[in-house]
Design a protein around this ligand. Structure first.
Ligand code: CP
Ligand code: NVA
Length: 311
């Protein structure tokens, strides 16, 4: 059940995992969801450092509860309360923390800092969100899709809005597992070029179809899932006015856009959400919204990742 091949490894992006490993994590998460006490005590004596350079509700609490329910000790570390905030290097921090703890999760502004942390740490490093990627979110989203549709292969995901970190990781998760993805974003807001290249490579193996368009209606047509995220991600507040001008009203997920998707289509969002910006209140609070299941699934997928990496 535990994905043995992940033992001792970092998780910076789902691109580093095989489709079997990703599917293994999703199935393990579903088991853990069925029985909250499964593997309780398994991480007894293990300490997990959780570094946060940006705010968090879901990631912080789901990781904390996941570690606690598995019997380990979570250590929450605010970036600005560590010596990191006063200029101690990432390399030194990584080497010191590795002498104390068994695994480090980190939410950082710059993905390169995460890579540096992983390079210097002797212990596994897990990405708790960077400017480029959010693998823990995508695992929870894939579990949600699997629960709702009984499959992931062949599902059409329409991503509407900003081609941001969550979009990048969705692109990877979808194309690793054979889901189709249509991304609608204004020009200049496309997903990261390297992620698009990875996705194309994945699609050659998995059979996924990938489309990037400026037209939200085109992307939404016939979709099983309409997914979006905030137009102004953490750290981009200075661009807020320009972004709202570029995205609104065209890229808001509304009831009218949902009507273009399949009758069985669901709405997904990693949260936190801004009603009236990327999504209307009627959609996110409506009966096709899967956002609370997604949020819950962060807990079960976090447990699956920790159990697999720590063995
Ligand atoms: N979805 C997500 O990562 O939420 P938080 O920023 O609250 O952790
Ligand atoms: N794209 C958002 C996701 C938050 C979970 C951000 O980076 O702020």
């Amino acid at each position: 059940m535990i994905v043995e091949s992940l033992r001792g490894r970092d998780l910076l992006t789902l691109q580093d995992l095989t489709s079997e490993e990703i599917m293994g994590l999703i199935k393990l998460s579903a088991e853990l969801k069925r029985d909250r006490r499964l593997f309780s005590g398994r991480l007894s004596g293990r300490n997990i450092a959780m570094i946060f350079e940006k705010p968090s509700t879901r990631t912080r609490v789901s990781l904390d509860v996941a570690v606690s329910e598995l019997g380990g000790k979570p250590i929450y570390l605010r970036f600005d309360e560590l010596q990191l905030g006063r200029g101690e290097t990432i390399a030194d921090t990584a080497r010191v923390l590795s002498r104390y703890v068994d695994l480090i999760t980190a939410r950082v502004r710059r993905h390169a800092d995460l890579a540096e942390l992983a390079e210097w740490a002797d212990k596994p490093v897990v990405n708790a969100l960077s400017d480029l990627d959010h693998p823990l979110q995508t695992l929870a989203d894939l579990l949600t899709i699997w629960e709702r549709f009984g499959k992931i292969r062949g599902i059409k995901i329409a991503w509407i809005g900003d081609g941001n970190n969550v979009c990048n990781s969705t692109l990877i998760g979808a194309t690793k597992l054979g889901a189709h993805i249509a991304i609608a974003c204004p020009r200049g807001y496309e997903p990261d070029r390297r992620y698009l290249e990875w996705a194309q490579e994945n699609a050659k193996v998995s059979g996924s179809m990938i489309e990037v368009t400026e037209d939200p209606e085109r992307a939404a047509r016939g979709a099983d899932v309409l997914m979006t995220d905030v137009f102004v991600s953490m750290g981009m507040e200075a661009e807020r006015e320009k972004r709202l001008r570029d995205f609104l009203p065209r890229y808001q997920v509304t009831g009218r856009l949902m009507e273009l998707a399949k009758p069985s289509a669901i709405f997904m969002h990693p949260l936190p959400a801004k009603r009236g910006e990327e999504v209307s209140a009627e959609v996110i609070d409506g009966d096709r919204s899967a956002v609370w299941d997604q949020a819950e699934n962060r807990l079960h997928t976090a447990k699956a990742v920790l159990l697999s990496i720590l063995g």
